[in-house]
Design a binder for this molecule. Structure first.
Ligand SMILES: O=C(/C=C/c1ccc(O)c(O)c1)N[C@@H](Cc1ccc(O)cc1)C(=O)NCCCOc1c(-c2ccc(O)c(O)c2)oc2cc(O)cc(O)c2c1=O
Ligand SMILES: [Ca+2]
Length: 484
């Protein structure tokens, strides 16, 4: 359950938060496939309750009302078409699976597929679930339960959301049926939402009943789904993410916290020369890593200050480090612009999601940020692909916030987060020749729109990153995007 099964030459997952299925399929063909992205995390594809009371908040999609594949992102036919088109473009699909709970008790009683429920009777006829399928006696998790009482965190209701009993054979049957339908449609795996709120032994039973990935979508026979479990754990709760790493991968929330601290200036970059498990991070094969996610970019989920698209220079620096370093399985957040942390995606007066506009310079409009389309970010996906299979070597730092390292003999990157210029003759580990810096520009024909770097026969080059430049890093590699 720890192998994403990316297509050869592809890496890196992007969370296309709240995107519609037709737009995702287009993005796979016109951008993500050609740029070597490995996969996409999509928003929950099953029917959720409609919450107009808070003007369609983003979190309404985390309140299931049925397992019908009908949401504001599209219907079952559009979902199937997206998976087919993306797999054909070499881009995998991972589903955000909300299986811990159903809805709370919202004011309105109608789902995105027209289903209704009787929340107060724990009755969801569109599944169907009835009261016997939920944990009993009904209780709500309160703050101190996280510190004292694992049983309550699993068996009571998370913020009042009706808590399913995954020990029930019927509930397991319905959840497994929902997930196997998605696997048979060609998805490559799942994010398990709120995994901390479910018993590991119940999850193990569910995972083991999942089908192998569909070989008609290019997966090897016998391939198991890639599963990464959302366990928000900063080490101060009774439940530890270590209870879940034996089952499948786990979201590594400390990763984004530590890199945000380093790139926001709270910790010197030189300390990153030991980046990896000795920082208290999960083992490499267990870790789904990210700077920010849909929840903590809005300040929820505990921890500390997290860099987002709103701190562009530092965010691009931290993201470049995430993609340049071999540790973990990285995920890039792709957001819509927001000031209100509850706000849902751009929508028209009927509540239909507005598609991202693609501008002439390949950035997004209509309120979509599309971090994955920022040159400094997509260029680092190509960097990561070229560097696959190599380690970090030839680390250099200036004792504070100027660092540089190679990836084998394939790629080189330098960062400058000090208030003075980086201007050093450094070992790039690359063959002699000319390279385009893929951060300040790109290769165009046989010239560079940004900086160019000349590497000598000894692999060394003069590396310059001014402290006032738009970006804090310079990256070159042996791939076509950089090598002249
Ligand atoms: O802010 C939110 C939603 C947050 C959220 C949603 C999906 C996630 O995957 C997530 O990690 C957080 N929801 C708002 C509004 C809200 C929604 C429903 C409700 O009954 C009450 C309020 C909110 O203020 N929520 C309370 C703080 C965030 O508490 C939530 C957590 C959560 C936060 C920190 C933890 O350490 C933890 O173990 C769980 O997970 C969810 C998972 C869900 O599937 C649906 C949820 O409503 C929530 C969820 O409310
Ligand atoms: Ca639960």
């Amino acid at each position: 359950y720890k192998n994403p099964y990316y297509a050869p030459g592809h890496s890196t997952m992007v969370h296309l938060f709240e995107w519609k299925w037709d737009d995702i399929a287009d993005e796979c063909e016109r951008f993500l496939g050609p740029r070597g992205f490995g996969g996409i995390q999509i928003s929950p594809p099953n029917e959720n309750v409609i919450i107009w009371q808070y003007n369609r908040p983003w979190w309404e999609r985390y309140q299931p009302i049925s397992y019908k594949l009908v949401t504001r992102s599209g219907d079952e036919q559009q979902f199937a078409s997206m998976v087919r088109r993306c797999n054909d473009a070499g881009v995998r699909i991972y589903v955000d699976a909300v299986i811990n709970h159903m809805t709370g008790e919202p004011r309105d009683n109608i789902g995105t597929g027209g289903s209704t429920a009787d929340f107060r009777q724990w009755s969801y006829p569109a599944v169907p679930y009835t009261a016997q399928d939920f944990n009993w006696p009904h209780c709500v998790i309160d703050g101190w339960d996280y510190g004292c009482c694992p049983d309550k965190v699993r068996n009571c209701e998370l913020v009042g959301l009706k808590d399913l009993n995954q020990r029930s054979e019927y509930v397991r049957f319905m959840i497994v049926g929902f997930m196997n339908k998605l696997i048979d449609l060609g998805v490559a795996g799942f994010r398990i939402d709120a995994a901390k709120h479910m018993w590991p032994e119940d999850l193990q039973v569910i995972y083991d009943r999942l089908h192998n990935l569909n070989t008609d979508h290019g997966f090897p026979s016998g391939a198991r789904p890639y599963i990464y479990q959302e366990v928000i754990d900063f080490g101060n709760e009774a439940i530890s993410r270590d209870e879940y790493t034996g089952l499948a991968a786990v979201t590594e929330f400390k990763f984004g916290l530590e890199l945000s601290r380093a790139f926001a200036g709270g910790n010197q970059l030189r300390w990153l020369n030991t980046w990896g498990p000795i920082w208290g991070l999960l083992a490499h094969e267990d870790a789904l890593t990210f700077i920010d996610n849909h929840d903590n970019q809005r300040g929820h989920g505990g921890g500390g200050v997290i860099l987002t698209y709103k701190q562009a220079k530092q965010y691009k620096g931290a993201t470049a480090f995430m993609l340049a370093h071999p540790y973990g399985e990285p995920q890039i957040m792709s957001s819509f612009d927001f000031t209100d942390s509850e706000a849902g995606p751009p929508m028209d007066s009927n509540g239909n999601i507005i598609s991202p506009a693609i501008n002439s310079d390949n950035t997004c409009g209509n309120g979509w940020v599309c971090e994955h389309r920022w040159r400094q970010i997509y260029s680092m996906v190509a960097f990561r692909n070229v560097a696959a299979g190599t380690n970090v070597n030839d680390w250099w730092d200036n004792g504070s916030n100027q660092i540089a390292f190679c990836r084998g003999g394939q790629a080189f990157i330098a960062f400058n987060n000090d208030n003075w210029d980086l201007n050093q003759n450094l070992q790039t580990c690359l063959p002699a020749g000319a390279y385009c810096d893929v951060i300040s520009g790109s290769k165009s024909g046989n010239s560079c729109t940004g900086k160019s770097v000349t590497v000598g026969n000894d692999g060394r080059a003069q590396i310059y990153v001014g402290s006032h430049e738009v970006d804090m890093m310079l990256a070159i590699h042996r791939g076509d995007e950089s090598r002249l």
